[in-house]
Design a protein around this ligand. Structure first.
Ligand code: S3P
Length: 428
């Protein structure tokens, strides 16, 4: 589907966004594991999170939605049923990798499948540690479908993450929940989002650039009431739109302020962005608060490759801020972007090149210089929700308006993107 965007002259108002996608997946998983009733408020409104709900329904977890509250009747330790058909994870890397950590330790088989994009993403990164833990998984060259065989005994392991991935860390930790012995996961310098460890209250040690997280069955989740703070990665698109539009300001209410997710705000502030952050509280160990954003003049800064895992989902929209800022915008050390919902390095470079910028593509990043062309542009989503939303922002900033092809994939994380955009925009 082609979506046309008119030029936005000003941004004004307030947004309260649906819950963070990463926290929502985990709240559902912990509720499904717990023995008893849990509730979730402000769950993400997203296709990805719906696949997690559907997968747990297939293994016998009762999840229903009454008004704004999800009620989950958890299965308890080893209480899931075998599914009579494959668990389809759609486009969701987080669903496929995290539920593999839960289902690979059960005494029944499971098949995990996904859409075309997910079927091309690497799964060897979870198969390797899970097999070290005693799980048995047959894959198609390290890709979906995964045929998970019954597991008779789960072994605790000490694992050093070879790729900076919170999904891999999460899969190992979730499997580790099923052994009385301690499993440890070590991250070096490049720390990833920490929702699993925060929400399960896991012991974490940081020593000389290494972060070690421990888990055992002593940390098995109990029924809980969750409130999910607004999605900061979704907010990022509206934040950049406001910064770049003239005479604009925006208030985002009750947004996640988890420090492993707000690095892009620190980068924008160092680039000259006027952003005021007001912490308001904590829910299930996850901090949240309000963020006020005002139009600003931005100037590019050097981005430390060690911060890349902390801005991995915001690089598409940061690239648009960087392309429109003074000086060149350079990202290096971000090879992981090539195995996201699309090859994001390539998707960003092709679209920005079309828009008239001078682009150099590297194996692990890109540099952007030059200026936005003044003509109507036709951007491609490449079937990737964050590329679609990022280039919708750029399309709204072009003088003559522009379009995004394949826009419908925004529903993977935010089906209401267009309504939210229209609610805060004034058009020229
Ligand atoms: C996620 C982790 C990140 C991120 C994804 C969500 C999570 O992936 O890109 O959108 O919820 O754990 P990786 O951990 O593979 O980098």
């Amino acid at each position: 589907m082609k979506q046309n965007f008119s030029n936005i002259s000003k941004v004004r108002g307030e947004l309260s966004l649906p819950g963070d996608k990463s926290i929502s997946h985990r709240a559902l998983i912990f509720s499904a594991l717990a023995d008893g009733k849990s509730t979730i408020k402000n769950l993400a409104d997203s296709q990805d999170v719906n696949t997690t709900i559907e997968c747990f329904a297939k293994v016998g977890v009762n999840i229903n939605n009454v008004g704004e509250v999800y009620r989950i009747e958890g299965a308890g330790f080893k209480g899931f049923n075998e599914s009579d058909s494959p668990l389809y994870c759609g486009n969701s890397g987080t669903t496929s990798r995290l539920i593999s950590g839960v289902l690979a330790v059960q005494d029944f088989p499971t098949v995990i499948t996904g859409d075309e994009s997910l079927s091309n993403r690497p799964m060897g990164r979870i198969i390797e540690p899970l097999e070290k833990m005693g799980c048995k998984i047959i894959s198609k060259d390290g890709k979906l479908p995964l045929h998970i065989l019954p597991c008779d005994r789960i072994k605790a392991i000490d694992y050093i993450l070879p790729v900076s991935s919170a999904q891999v860390k999460g899969a190992v930790l979730l499997a580790g929940l099923h052994s009385e012995d301690f499993t440890t996961v070590e991250e070096n310098n490049l720390f990833t989002r920490d929702h699993t460890e925060r929400m399960l209250n896991l012991p974490v040690e940081i020593i000389g650039g290494k972060k070690i997280t421990k888990i055992s069955s002593a940390f098995y989740p109990k029924p809980a009431d969750y409130f999910i703070p607004g999605d900061i990665s979704t907010a990022a698109f509206f934040i950049v739109l406001t910064l770049i539009s003239k005479n604009s300001n925006l208030i985002l209410r009750n947004i996640s302020l988890n420090e492993t997710r707000t690095n892009f705000l620190n980068i924008l502030i160092s680039m000259g962005a006027e952003i005021i952050i007001t912490p308001k509280g904590n829910s299930n160990n996850e901090p949240f608060g309000d963020v006020i954003v005002k139009s600003s003049e931005l100037k590019n800064i050097e981005i430390d490759p060690n911060i890349i895992p902390g801005i991995i989902d915001e690089i598409p929209i940061l690239s648009i801020a960087g392309a429109l800022a003074e000086d060149d915008f350079i990202v290096r050390g971000a090879k992981e972007l090539r195995v996201k919902e699309s090859d994001r390095i390539n998707s960003i470079c092709l679209n920005l090149n079309k828009a008239g910028f001078d682009i150099t593509e590297f194996d692990d990043g890109f540099s952007i210089g030059g200026k936005l062309e003044n003509s109507y542009q036709s951007f491609e989503s490449y079937g990737d929700h964050r590329i679609a939303m990022g280039f919708s922002v750029l399309a709204s900033l072009t003088e003559k308006g522009s379009e995004v092809n394949g826009f419908e994939c925004v529903s993977v994380s935010n089906p209401n993107f267009l309504n939210q955009l229209n609610s805060i925009a004034e058009f020229s």
